[in-house]
Design a protein around this ligand. Structure first.
Ligand code: C5J
Length: 223
């Protein structure tokens, strides 16, 4: 398949060697009362990408592509949460504290689940990650290698934090990465735009970007 509109040049992939990676589309970042809001962010900005992301996910599933969901999640005893991460800044609630959707950023809590609209289905990979990057301390690379995956198409939140970190980690591990422009968002719109520019600058130094409609067109074409 070929995404003609991709920047800086068309992106080619085989559906059986590619995965759609949705980063941290979880209630803690997207709904009021979670981690994102405790840091002082306007979480409503992030909701706007849900329809486009859902459409991309549905089309990807119909095409038979592998889906990976990640969650930023810590163990209940916080043994995988470095004090530096928990103690930084002056948030209203810290990681592990009890919030309106359960303990903030803790695995298994209601706030830590993927939002209903994008909930994983059987056969999809779900990764709990203690860091910003999807490859750090998760075994994701090994899971992808075992399936012969070479191309990763990313969506999710937030663009300049967990999405960008994961893309850079993937790039260094040899994957050809594309970021779906309207399936990612930041609490800071300028940071999103800067990240898109950074990814595709210098001949695609981190990878490609493209609107999700271009992916849908490629999937419909089925080439
Ligand atoms: C943040 C994330 N922003 N998923 N996490 O702390 O981007």
């Amino acid at each position: 398949m070929r995404i003609e509109e991709a920047i800086p040049f068309p992106y080619e992939f085989g559906i059986k060697k590619a995965a759609l990676v949705l980063i941290d589309m979880q209630r803690d970042f997207i709904e009021p009362g979670g981690f994102g809001e405790t840091l002082g962010n306007d979480v409503t900005l992030l909701e706007a990408i849900v329809p486009a992301t859902k459409a991309a996910l549905q089309a990807w599933r119909e095409a038979g592509g592998l889906v990976v969901h990640t969650r930023e999640a810590h163990k209940p005893d916080l043994s995988d949460c470095p004090p530096a991460k928990r103690n930084r800044g002056n948030p209203a609630l810290r990681i592990g504290d009890e919030g309106p959707m359960g303990r903030i950023l803790v695995a298994g809590e209601p706030g830590n689940q993927i939002i209903d609209a994008l909930a994983p289905v059987e056969g999809e990979i779900v990764i709990d990650k203690p860091g910003k990057g999807a490859f750090y301390a998760t075994g994701l690379h090994e899971l992808l290698q075992a399936r012969g995956i070479t191309h990763l198409l990313f969506g999710g939140v937030t663009t300049e934090v967990c999405v960008q970190t994961s893309m850079r980690e993937a790039n260094d591990r040899g994957y050809d990465c594309l970021l779906l422009e309207d399936c990612t968002e930041s609490y800071f719109p300028a940071f999103k735009e800067a990240t898109l520019d950074m990814v595709r600058a210098q001949g695609g130094i981190v990878g490609w970007t493209a609107p999700s409609r271009a992916l849908l067109a490629a999937l419909r074409g089925g080439q």
